[in-house]
Design a protein. Structure first.
Lengths: 582, 127
C-alpha cells in the first residue's frame, strides 16, 4: 500500500468505489463521539421518577430530530434517503426494546445511559456475528439511532455538529466509519468526496453517498490512521483509489481527468447517441432502484432501464406492498420512461438480501441458499402477487421480465407455466412480455444452449458472476486483488456468451458494476457487448469513453486483455492513454 | 502573549471566575489570557495556541463541550491541555469531559483554587 514512510510522501490506498467521479481537495477527518465510557460508568439513581422522565424526554427529542431530518431530506427529492430516516424513526417506536430498557433501569436502579449502552452492545454483538451482509449493515442503522438516543440522554447531541460547523471550504470527508445521519451534517456544497475505511457498498451510507452523486470510496483500509485534516487528497472513484499527499505530477494528471469527466448533474447538451467512431451503436441503459434513480438515468441520457431492482422498492416500504401499491410504483416508472424499454428484475431476495418485512429466515450460507428465483418459486403467493402487478403495469407500456439467480433450465420452465397461466387469467397477450434471465451462476455457462431456447434475452450480472466463479465475496474489500486478476477470464467468458447468443439472435446486456467503469465498459464493447446497463451517474462517462474510439480499436484491446497475465498493466496503460488524450 | 512563560487561556462567561482564576494562575507563574465565550476562545487558539485551556462548560452560544470537541478533532492542537470547569452533575459531566470528549482534567465548581493549581502543575509537568 504505502511505498515509503515519510509523513508527507504520496500514499496510494486502494478502495471500492461507491459513487463514481474524481475529487481533489483538503481532508477533513470526521471523528465519531466515542460513547464507550457509558458502558463502563454506572451512576446510582436517586430519583427514579426523574430518571424515567429523562429517558422519555431523550426518546422524544430523538424522534423529533429524526422526523425533522426526514422532512428536510424529502424537500431535496431524495425519497429513498428520507425513507432511511423514517425507518430509523420506527426503531424508536419499538415498544419491546424501550420497555426492556425502562424495566432494567427500574430493576437495577442504574442510570439510563449505562443500561442503554449495554443493550446496544448486546445488539451489535448479535449482528456482527451474522454472516448476512444486509443484517450486518442494518446494525449500522440501529447504532445510528441508539447513539443519537445516548447523546440526547447526555445532552451532547449538539456537539456532533461543532467541528463540522468550523469547515469553511469544501472538503473530502475521511472517516473510519460513517453512520447514515453523519452524512446529513454537512451541506452537500461543502462535500467534495467521501472516503471510508469500513462499510459495505450496499449499506445505507452507500445509498446516501450515491444519491449525493459525490465521488465516494469504501474499504480504504488504513486511511483513518494515516490521513490528517487539511492534507491534500485525490479521490479516484473510477479506478478505486485515494491518493494522500499527491505529487505535482499526480495533481496535474487528475486535474485534467477531472476537467474531462462530465459531471453527472450537468444536463447533456443533446441526446447524443452512443456509437463508436466507426458507427457501431452501443445501447446505454440505467440500473435503478427508485424513482429518483429513474429520473437521474433519463436526465443523463439513458435509452431505457436495463435493470429495475424490484427488491429495493420492497426494502423501502415499512410493510409488504400490496398488489396495487406495487403496480402504482411500476406505473410511475413506466410513465417516466415514456415508452423507452424497461426491464424489471423479479425480486432478488434471500437470506443475504432481505427486506425486513418478508421475514426471510436465516440460512447457513445465504449467498448459496434460497434466493432469487428459488425463493420466488418456494413462495408462490408472493410470487403471483408480484408478477401480477408487473403484468398489469405492462399494459401501460412494454416491460421485459428478468429472472434472478437462475441455475437450472427447469426454473425457467416453471416460470413460463406461471406466466402463461397469469396472462390467461388477466386476459393479456403473453407475447407482449419478453422473458430473460440473469447469468450470474457458473452452472449456466456450461449449459447455455439449454437456456437459449427458453429465453428472449440474457443479462450478465458481473458482480455475482465474479463472486461465484472466483470464490471472492463481493463485500470483502480485502479480495479486490483477486477480482482484478479475474477480469481477463471474465471478459473471455462474456465474449463466449455474446458469440453464442448472437448466433441465436438473443440480446445480451451487461448490468454489473463492471460496466460502470469507463475503461472496463470499453473492453466489454470490444468483446462484443452492444448493451450496457449502468449506474445513472456513470452514463455520460461511459458514452464519452466509447464515442472516442472505433470498434476495431476496442476489439484489439479486448483481445489483448483476454490473453494477458498482467491485467493491471494494461489497465494502467489504458488509464494513462485516457489522461494523455483527454 | 509574547514571553516564554507557559500560556494559559481561561474561558468562562462569568467575569468573577475569569478574574479569580487569572489572578491566582498568574501568581503561580503562568501567563494568562481570558475570554468570555467560545468564539473568542477559538480565535485565540487558532492564532496563538495556548499550552493549556481552563474551560467552563455552561456558556451561552457555544458551550465547553463543543469547544473541547473542536480542539480535540484538530491535530494541530493535540498538545493543548484542557481542564474543564463545571457546576453540573459531577459524575455524568466528569464522564463526558474526561472519557468521552477527552479533556485532560475535570474540576467541579465551586472549587478550591489550590486544587486547580495542582491540576495545572500536574498537567504541565508532563510537557
Amino acid at each position: 500500500m504505502a511505498k515509503n514512510t515519510e509523513l508527507n510522501d504520496s500514499f496510494e490506498f486502494p478502495g471500492i468505489p461507491i459513487s463514481p467521479g474524481i475529487a481533489i481537495g483538503p481532508v477533513f477527518c470526521f471523528k465519531q463521539i466515542d460513547l464507550e465510557a457509558t458502558q463502563k460508568f454506572k451512576f446510582p439513581v436517586e430519583n427514579m421518577s426523574l430518571e424515567m422522565n429523562r429517558f422519555k424526554a431523550a426518546i422524544q427529542k430523538s424522534r423529533d430530530q429524526l422526523n425533522l431530518l426526514q422532512k428536510n431530506v424529502e424537500t431535496t427529492g431524495k425519497k429513498e434517503v428520507a425513507q432511511i430516516f423514517e425507518a430509523q424513526s420506527f426503531l424508536l417506536q419499538d415498544d419491546f426494546f424501550l420497555e426492556k430498557i425502562k424495566s432494567t433501569i427500574l430493576e437495577h436502579e442504574n442510570n439510563a445511559e449505562y443500561v442503554l449502552a449495554h443493550e446496544i452492545e448486546a445488539l451489535n454483538r448479535t449482528f456482527v456475528s451474522m454472516k448476512n451482509e444486509i443484517l450486518k449493515t442494518k446494525s449500522l442503522d440501529i447504532q445510528d439511532v441508539y447513539y443519537r438516543l445516548l447523546r440526547n440522554l447526555l445532552e451532547i447531541d449538539h456537539v456532533r455538529l461543532s467541528s463540522i460547523r468550523q469547515i469553511k471550504e469544501p472538503i473530502i470527508l475521511v472517516a473510519e466509519k460513517l453512520l447514515p445521519s453523519d452524512l446529513t451534517l454537512l451541506d452537500k456544497e461543502k462535500l467534495l468526496g467521501i472516503v471510508m475505511e469500513e462499510g459495505s457498498s450496499v449499506s445505507h451510507v452507500a445509498i446516501i453517498s450515491k444519491s449525493l452523486g459525490i465521488p465516494s470510496l469504501t474499504q480504504v483500509l488504513g486511511i483513518g490512521s494515516m490521513a490528517r485534516s487539511n492534507s491534500l487528497m485525490i479521490v479516484d472513484a473510477f479506478e478505486g483509489k485515494a491518493i494522500l499527499h499527491p505529487s505535482k505530477e499526480q495533481l496535474a494528471v487528475y486535474k485534467q481527468k477531472q476537467e474531462k469527466s462530465v459531471h453527472p448533474s450537468l444536463p447533456q447538451p443533446k441526446r447524443q447517441k452512443c456509437q463508436t467512431q466507426d458507427g457501431i451503436r452501443i445501447k446505454l441503459e440505467a440500473n435503478v432502484g427508485s424513482l429518483q434513480d429513474v429520473k437521474e438515468g433519463f436526465q443523463n441520457g439513458a435509452e431505457g432501464i436495463g435493470l429495475l431492482r424490484s427488491e429495493l422498492f420492497y426494502m423501502s416500504q415499512s410493510k409488504v406492498p400490496s398488489l396495487q401499491e406495487e403496480y402504482d410504483f411500476y406505473k410511475k416508472v413506466l410513465k417516466m420512461s415514456k415508452g423507452r424499454p424497461v426491464t424489471i428484475r423479479l425480486l432478488d431476495v434471500g437470506a443475504d438480501k432481505s427486506p425486513a418485512t418478508l421475514n426471510i429466515p436465516n440460512e447457513e450460507s445465504p449467498q448459496l441458499g434460497t434466493k432469487g428465483i428459488r425463493y420466488l418459486l418456494n413462495n408462490t403467493d408472493l410470487f403471483l402477487k408480484h408478477l401480477r402487478s408487473i403484468l398489469r403495469a405492462g399494459q401501460i407500456s412494454t416491460i421485459k421480465i428478468l429472472l434472478p439467480f437462475v441455475s437450472l433450465p427447469l426454473e425457467v420452465d416453471q416460470v413460463h407455466k406461471i406466466l402463461n397461466s397469469l396472462c390467461e387469467e388477466e386476459g393479456l397477450d403473453r407475447g407482449n412480455f419478453k422473458l430473460g434471465m440473469m447469468i450470474e451462476i457458473p452452472s449456466v455457462l456450461f449449459s447455455l444452449s439449454s437456456f437459449i431456447e427458453k429465453i428472449d434475452f440474457f443479462s450478465i450480472g458481473t458482480n455475482d458472476l465474479v463472486q461465484y466463479l472466483f470464490a471472492a465475496s463481493r463485500e470483502n474489500g480485502k479480495l479486490e486483488e483477486y477480482r482484478k486478476a479475474s477480469l481477463p477470464i471474465l471478459l473471455g467468458i462474456i465474449e463466449h456468451i455474446i458469440s453464442l447468443s448472437a448466433k441465436n439472435d438473443k440480446e445480451v446486456t451487461v448490468c454489473g458494476e463492471l460496466a460502470s467503469n469507463p475503461i472496463l465498459a470499453s473492453l466489454l464493447v470490444g468483446a462484443g457487448v452492444k448493451c450496457l446497463s449502468v449506474q445513472p451517474n456513470a452514463i455520460p462517462l461511459i458514452r464519452n469513453e466509447i464515442i472516442g474510439k472505433s470498434l476495431e480499436e476496442l476489439k484489439s484491446l479486448s483481445k489483448e486483455f483476454i490473453h494477458t497475465h498482467h491485467p493491471q498493466e494494461i489497465l494502467n496503460a489504458l488509464q494513462a492513454g485516457r489522461n494523455k488524450n483527454g | 502573549m509574547k514571553s516564554q512563560k507557559i500560556k494559559i487561556l481561561i474561558v468562562d462567561d462569568d467575569p468573577y471566575i475569569r478574574q479569580l482564576v487569572s489572578v491566582n494562575v498568574e501568581t503561580a507563574g503562568y501567563e494568562t489570557a481570558s475570554v468570555g465565550g467560545g468564539k473568542e476562545a477559538l480565535d485565540i487558539i487558532n492564532k496563538n495556541p495556548p499550552d493549556l485551556m481552563i474551560l467552563d462548560v455552561m456558556m451561552p452560544e457555544m458551550d465547553g463541550w463543543e469547544i473541547c470537541k473542536i480542539v480535540r478533532d484538530n491535530p494541530k492542537f493535540e498538545n493543548l491541555k484542557i481542564v474543564m470547569l463545571t457546576a453540573k452533575d459531577a459524575q455524568r459531566d466528569k464522564m463526558i469531559g474526561k472519557h468521552i470528549l477527552n479533556a485532560d482534567e475535570y474540576i467541579t465548581k465551586p472549587f478550591e483554587i489550590d486544587d486547580l493549581l495542582s491540576a495545572l502543575t500536574k498537567l504541565l509537568e508532563k510537557k
